[in-house]
Design a protein around this ligand. Sequence first.
Ligand code: NAG
Length: 416
Amino acid sequence: MAPSFRLTFFALSLIPSVFSWGFPYGTEKVRGVNLGGWLVLEPWITPSLFDNTGNANIVDEWTFASLQDRATATAALQNHWNTWITQADFQAIAAAGLNHVRLPIGYWAFEVGPGEPYIQGQLPYLQKAIQWATDAGLKVIVDLHGAPGSQNGFDNSGHRVSTPQWYTNNTNVQRTDAIIKNQIGPMVNNNYQNVPIVAPLNEPAGFNGANVLSVVKQYWFDSYGNLRYFPGTSTQTNLVVLIHDAFQPLSYWSGFMPTSGFQGVAMDTHIYTIFSVPEVQMTQAQHISTVCAKQSSLSTFDLWVIVGEWTPAATDCAKYLNGRGVGSRYDGSYSGSTRVGSCTGLTGSASSFSSSYKTFLRQFWEAQVISYEKGQGWIQWTWKAENADEWSYQAGLANGWIPQDPTDLEYKDVCG
Ligand SMILES: *[C@@H]1O[C@H](CO)[C@@H](O)[C@H](O)[C@H]1NC(C)=O
């Protein structure tokens, strides 16, 4: 009797919920890459696009569009969109055993306000990307990476500014709500099998204080309404909403959007160990132990948690990583930093990497994969970079520090 009783009990616990997510979050691990530097420019991912302008004041997509001849800028963007990521990349990503791509896009692809210089034309590529991913069997996370006013002032929000004005200006928040509700949601909510999940805002600057965090929390509630319901109805969609931790520890968000009242919410956290002086001073072993120490918070958090950005890079050496014209902490060329050592052999082409460095990259990569799979999984930043192979999933595959099958681990005990 006992075995069959157990079987019945098991079957009861599998009664499907009313929602059918486009990916079995909570059961199957997310393994993916970001398609960084494509539909949102980043100087460090494609330094040539910026160097070719001949203008050192062009540091982000805003200035790319405003500080050079517009026809020249438009042609350069269109050439970039046509070539940086193609259908072959989606096929290679799927062949590498990954199941998701996270695709950053800026608000300006959807709507440009008065006085905003952005050049449009990204949407057909978003549509193509979704089709290519579908054909390759990959799930797409549409990720709003830049909001009006900028949500963090980073160049990767589109506009590098010292006082971001997304959260201080309610018009900007309302514009963002409208893009999620009227454009992104309707574009994907009947295609949830291929676009199961939407990230309504990347990396809002929660480090700027409680006022920012209260705007962010309200925006997550608004995004839940905007994405989890078909517009103007009380019928729920099958989309999952991927909110971001706004640079707060997961414990800060404990109990936010509890499953008793909210369904289909996942938390995105980004783990980097290179954007401060003490971090770039760490030894390779300390980088590894730092990421291994994330396991317990990832495994115990109350929402599905996905590490939506991380890297095997253990320095900030990549050219323009801290911004065009800004140096690196590791070699002391960043204002206020203390030199740790030379960047030579730690960034650029893998042909300059020593075999011991490549072994470390593999160990650090595996430590992160093992640790982040204690949560719901991971999405590496980024698929490719012009001249920073330590960040590139594609270069890792080609040079052996990333396995062709992401479950094929050589250092299973790297976290001890
Ligand atoms: C708020 O942002 C809008 C653009 O979204 C702009 O037109 C308006 O001037 C801004 N308001 C303030 C007070 O800066």
